[in-house]
Design a protein around this ligand. Structure first.
Ligand code: COA
Length: 256
């Protein structure tokens, strides 16, 4: 187990906790790898009835670690980030998230693959892909529009502005907003309730709910990944990453 991801199985709940609090749980390739492996173990372990993802230190995750992106850009589908995305998109067991603090980039897009999402009142969500010279991933170009409608999805993806837990609730991205610090307890209570339901019915219900869109989602994820890989080495992305670490606004005016 990596120390930046804590994994545990307690009373049927398989918990994956992103734990790199000094970087707001920004995700490195090593963390994606650990989480992808953890999802695979959870899926194959009959003792794991529900999968719960959360973050340590008062944040969910600040998304992909930007330094890691520059140092080791994911080159193909076997890259840990894409293995993780494929894992979350294919989870068969009930998948629950507890969000506090920031949920940026993949921190928000992974929620579109969860079944139940609970968020602290002041948590903040953002999909700043365009702001970084990048493009949406994890099926979000499709899933967000399906959830929220084109107009609201376009606002979130083209402008990349953060939005509140209340907005996430209205957009259909989260199930409930809890007082700060209570999202995890609430999520655990919902996990316990799920475990009183018959396992086969839950599995089949989830399969049926996803059936119509599964192929389309898979295609979208694959196509997005191809575009994303090209964007990652674009001059706009390089400018945006440098600007983030130099704590300045990016200047995209010199690019077409
Ligand atoms: N990649 C790498 N480092 C990150 C990071 C990321 N995605 N997000 C935060 N960090 C680091 C910061 O560089 C800082 O490190 P330092 O203390 O060594 O300088 C530390 O985490 C704390 O972040 P900070 O920016 O000081 O916190 P904040 O509360 O002011 O802002 C965020 C929080 C999440 C809004 C801001 O950090 C941010 O915008 N991060 C980038 C998010 C992003 O673009 N993710 C990728 C999406 S594809």
């Amino acid at each position: 187990m990596s120390e930046t991801v804590r994994i545990g199985l307690t009373d049927g709940v398989f918990r994956i906790e992103m734990a790199r609090p000094e970087k707001k749980n920004a995700l490195t390739a090593e963390m994606y790898q650990t989480m992808a492996d953890a999802l695979a173990s959870a899926e194959s372990d009959p003792a794991a009835r529900v999968i719960l993802i959360c973050g340590a230190g008062g944040n969910f995750t600040a998304g992909n670690d930007l330094a890691d992106f520059v140092a080791t850009p994911p080159m193909d589908d076997s890259a840990p980030v894409f293995r993780f995305i494929s894992g979350v998109a294919n989870v068969q067991k009930p998948f629950v998230a507890a969000v506090e603090g920031v949920a940026v980039g993949v921190g928000t897009t992974l929620l579109l693959h969860c079944d139940l999402v609970y968020a602290g009142a002041t948590s903040r969500f953002a999909l700043p892909f365009a702001n970084l010279g990048l493009t949406p991933e994890a099926g979000s170009s499709l899933l967000l529009a399906l959830r929220a409608g084109h107009a609201r999805a376009a606002e979130i993806l083209l402008l990349g502005e953060p939005f509140s837990a209340q907005s996430a609730l209205e957009l259909g991205v989260v199930n409930a907003v809890l007082p700060d610090g209570q999202a995890l307890d609430h999520a655990l209570e919902r996990c316990r309730k799920l475990m009183t339901q018959p396992t086969a019915s839950l599995r089949l219900t989830k399969q049926l709910m996803k059936r119509a869109q599964q192929g389309l989602i898979r295609d979208t994820i694959a196509f997005e990944a191809e575009v994303f890989r090209q964007r990652l080495v674009s001059p706009e992305a390089r400018e945006a990453f440098s600007a983030f670490f130099e704590r300045r606004k990016p200047d995209f005016s010199k690019f077409d």
